[in-house]
Design a protein around this ligand. Structure first.
Ligand SMILES: [Zn+2]
Length: 308
């Protein structure tokens, strides 16, 4: 957890601050050089805005980044207004411009690997009701690229979502990586059926693990696999003893069916949900992944869902 916290602070605080201070303070020799600095800082900022896990430090910090970026861009523009468009005709004055251009090409290459593919889907999606209520929910893993959704390489879980709940500070837990389950905002929340359908199978007796403990034998932990129209939907990592439905039972959309826990191969309390085309898997975890639409939206990392 020490390593994760350090990495998170470097990528979400120290690096963005360093880029913004650079944009704010840099002493460019021409407008063109300033433009390449602005380009590099813009690309980095958009990249971390999109792929960052902003639920850990605070979702609201994401917008602080945008505001500081806009102020820094304006400040730096005022500073270079009186400069010439091109640098003096000396090799050394073109050097920073060249380095900036290379870094910009690097960021563009990285970003083109997940934009736009990560934010789009192919094939017919299944329309579902969002299975959680009362609060602000955050998509930690979601989308059609491994950069924003670590499930994406797995055919059945191509469009899987990992969902957490945000507290009043915009964090998914009290603390960065607390060990106590009750510190996670989503722990114990009620899970509601995402469709009118039938329960396929369930598991209800696996223990709630203390983070970062994982159960690698029972990947899904306590789960409900249910048949919705044209899709099988799996909801995993549920609270031990909380599943109130049985195999073969018919349920209605938004009917309470379980509670969120921390069972199975999970790093912390969250809801894992994915859909596969009906009857395409032998075990609960295989099959052909299917995109899910909630409230007419294809949810991806950093999507937010407000629920009464
Ligand atoms: Zn998951």
């Amino acid at each position: 957890m020490f390593f994760e916290s350090g990495l998170l602070i470097v990528t979400h605080l120290i690096l963005p601050a360093a880029f913004l201070i650079w944009l704010w303070q840099a002493k460019e020799s021409s407008k063109l050089e300033w433009f390449t600095t602005l380009l590099v800082v813009s690309l980095f900022s958009v990249h971390i805005f999109l792929i960052g896990r902003w639920d850990v430090l605070s979702y609201y910090l994401r917008f602080v980044l945008v505001i500081i970026f806009l102020i820094a861009a304006l400040k730096s523009f005022i500073k270079v207004k009186s400069l010439l468009l091109y640098p003096p005709r000396k090799f050394v004055s073109y050097l920073p411009l060249g380095v900036n251009s290379l870094v910009a090409v690097f960021f563009l290459t990285v970003m083109s690997s997940y934009i736009p593919q990560g934010y789009s889907f192919s094939g017919e999606p299944v329309q579902l009701a969002f299975p959680l209520k009362k609060g602000i929910y955050y998509i930690g893993q979601g989308g059609n690229s491994p950069t924003i959704n670590y499930h994406n390489d797995n055919p059945a879980q191509q469009y899987a979502l990992d969902i957490v709940k945000l507290n009043t500070l915009g964090m998914r837990a009290n603390g960065l990586y607390p060990r106590s389950l009750s510190n996670y905002a989503i722990f114990g929340e009620t899970l509601y059926s995402p469709c009118n359908g039938r329960i396929g199978s369930t598991v209800n007796d696996l223990p709630n693990l203390i983070p970062p403990e994982r159960d690698r034998q029972n990947i899904a932990g306590n789960y409900i696999l249910m048949q919705c129209e044209g899709a099988d939907v799996l909801m995993a990592h549920l609270l031990r003893g909380s599943v109130t439905v049985r195999a073969g039972e018919s349920v209605e959309a938004e009917q309470a069916i379980a509670k969120i826990g921390n069972s199975g191969n999970t790093s912390e309390p969250h809801l894992h949900i994915h859909a596969r085309k009906a009857n395409t898997g032998n075990s609960i975890l295989d099959g052909e992944g299917m995109p899910m639409i909630f409230f007419r939206s294809f949810l991806v990392r950093n999507s937010i869902v407000f629920r009464d």
